[in-house]
Design a protein around this ligand. Structure first.
Ligand SMILES: Cc1cc2nc3c(=O)[nH]c(=O)nc-3n(C[C@H](O)[C@H](O)[C@H](O)COP(=O)(O)O)c2cc1C
Length: 123
């Protein structure tokens, strides 16, 4: 189910996001599936930072696939913080994959800036 504005109220201890993030084992369902994940060696995985980690639905996504041997590059938006413990929070959901902090992409970066960033990566 898509998240509503109320779901995203981090100040409400009973909102959906608060309940999900309090329970480290929560795995909200993902809509849709990547049918050809096996074709990819490098995956750019984007999410909003929630409580200094990735939302648990990001763990749900990773756990649906065999990610071993793949490189997973994180990008995120945030209210100002960095990746926090995002890598640690995701690693157990993709055993055998290399999870790397990529870039916080706040403030609508231009296509050129994104290209420059991707080109600078050693993949
Ligand atoms: C439940 C929740 C927790 C959040 N925790 C953090 C946080 O720890 N650090 C931070 O900088 N921003 C935090 N934010 C702000 C979001 O990261 C920010 O609103 C989001 O990246 C904006 O994405 P959008 O531009 O796609 O709406 C939180 C937001 C929510 C809803």
């Amino acid at each position: 189910m898509p998240y509503t504005k109320e779901d995203l109220n981090w100040q409400d201890k009973n909102s959906r996001s608060s309940v999900e993030m309090r329970d480290t084992s929560s795995r909200p369902a993902v809509t849709g599936k990547v049918e050809n994940m096996g074709d990819y060696d490098v995956i750019f995985l984007g999410f909003p930072i929630w409580w200094y980690v990735a939302p648990h639905i990001t763990n749900s996504f990773l756990e649906e696939y065999d990610m071993s041997g793949k490189k997973i590059i994180l990008f995120a938006t945030s209210g100002g913080s960095g990746f926090g413990k995002s890598v640690a929070g995701l690693q157990d959901s993709c055993p055998g994959a290399t999870v790397m902090e990529g870039k916080i992409l706040n403030g609508s970066p231009s296509i050129d800036a994104l290209k420059e960033w991707v080109d600078s990566l050693t993949l």
